[in-house]
Ligand binder design. Structure first.
Ligand code: SF4
Length: 411
């Protein structure tokens, strides 16, 4: 499983800024009262002597009678009999570690996709608090599909996130449309930059020009899951070894109603047709998910599943809908048509198909008549080769109909 990529302009999860020889520059953090209160609450829920662990040290209630606390640093400089004020002082000296605990244990909360994702954003399972806080002070950037997420830390140890289109990296936030409610992302993902509906939310057609510049952890997660639904959940399942994959055959066999026809496409003649579907729809150029499903449990497809950060666990509704259409089209029997093309015209037809399939039509300039899919060249080909009914080479698609028309003429 490929790890999600990081833009890593600050170095992936590494210290940013400062002299690398001197180690990370940890920003000054003030211990906020809500983090300190959370520590007191957590200690109150524990037995005396049962320590609450932070990176490099622990604290515990000394004993129930005195209401005092003890500090248990990893370096062995254990202190006991601390009053609440002294405990606050001691924790203030270690505010980075305490606020890191508070951010994940109390603000983010329960173990699951959200917590795993937010920790992954700042490489929290692999780097020390000091290293991460130094990097967060500069901003840790991560890519998720077409999103760029930048995590930072305030001087109170709070995490803040900037979420935007990767194409808008480096654009000042006040030059983009600002949003603060993550659910506003529902509108942002509906249309591509040309205003066309996006049926597949993981297609690489997300429009830019907007920013969520200052989200908290839960809202950042919400925004990402709104732009790319279920991607974090499936990424997390995969990391936990729990991704349940439903393959092509199983998915098609359970289709019913108007989609039931897709069951008839599998005729026990191999899976080449499914290779074509995956090549058409699931290629990285068309979908940012990494296809993990195959033909069936034992048969993978012959085309690459892609390099996306998040997995695809079953054929999606866009693929099922397209497969329904292909099931009908592919039930036709091939015929032999005969018409003449010059070698250049044959190549031009191939170039047109390529340009449409790769979505390059808009890139081909009107003046560039070297391109087979150039509009003037294509219009010329149509003018030359189509008859008045739009038949290529004057050859009707349905020869029987032509015969009938001839017979009618003769009568
Ligand atoms: S089935 Fe293919 S196109 Fe659909 S979400 Fe999965 S990878 Fe993307």
């Amino acid at each position: 499983m490929p790890e999600p990529t990081s833009d890593a302009t600050t170095g992936e999860g590494a210290a940013a800024g400062g002299d690398p020889e001197a180690g990370p520059e940890v920003p000054d953090i003030d211990l906020p009262s809500d983090a300190f209160d959370a520590v007191l609450d957590a200690l109150a829920d524990r037995d005396a002597g049962d320590p609450l662990r932070f990176e490099g040290f622990g604290v515990a209630r000394d004993d129930d009678a005195t209401g005092e606390y003890r500090l248990d640093p990893a370096d062995g400089d254990r202190r006991t009999g601390l009053s609440e004020r002294e405990l606050h002082e001691a924790l203030s000296e270690r505010a980075a570690e305490v606020t890191d605990w508070y951010a994940f244990e109390r603000v983010v909360g329960e173990f699951g996709p959200r917590r795993a994702f937010l920790r992954w954003l700042e490489d929290a399972d692999g780097a020390t608090v000091a290293t991460r806080y130094a990097a967060l002070a500069e901003g840790i950037e991560r890519a998720w599909g077409e999103l760029k997420i930048t995590a930072t830390v305030t001087d109170r140890g709070e995490r803040r996130y900037d979420v935007r289109h990767a194409d808008d990296a480096g654009v000042p936030a006040d030059e983009l449309d600002r949003y603060d409610d993550p659910l506003d992302a529902r509108e942002l993902v509906k249309l591509d930059e040309k205003g066309r509906y996006r049926p597949l939310k993981t297609a690489p057609t997300l429009a830019g020009g907007w920013v969520f510049p200052d989200l908290g952890p839960r809202d950042a997660y919400e925004a990402v899951e709104t732009v790319y639904p279920a991607t974090v959940a499936n990424w997390h399942r995969e990391r936990e070894g729990e991704l349940d994959v439903t393959h092509w055959r199983e998915t098609m066999e359970r289709q019913s109603g108007i989609y039931g026809v897709v069951k008839t496409w599998d005729r026990g003649e191999g899976h080449e047709h499914v290779d074509w579907v995956a090549e058409a729809c699931c290629d990285d150029s068309q979908c940012l998910k990494r296809r993990e499903w195959g033909y069936d449990d034992e048969t993978d497809l012959d085309v690459d599943g892609g390099d996306g950060a998040f997995p695809c666990r079953e054929p999606c509704s866009v693929v099922v809908s397209a497969a329904r259409k292909w099931t009908r089209l592919e039930s036709e029997q091939p015929r032999t048509y005969e018409f003449e093309l010059t070698p250049s015209e044959k190549e031009q037809v191939e170039e047109i198909i390529d340009a449409v399939a790769d979505g390059r039509i808009d890139e081909i300039r009107e003046a560039d008549t070297k391109e087979g899919a150039n509009r003037y060249r294509t219009r010329f080909l149509r003018a030359k080769l189509f008859d008045d009914e739009g038949n290529l080479g004057g050859v009707p698609t349905e020869p029987d109909e032509a015969d009938e028309a001839d017979e009618a003429d003769e009568e």
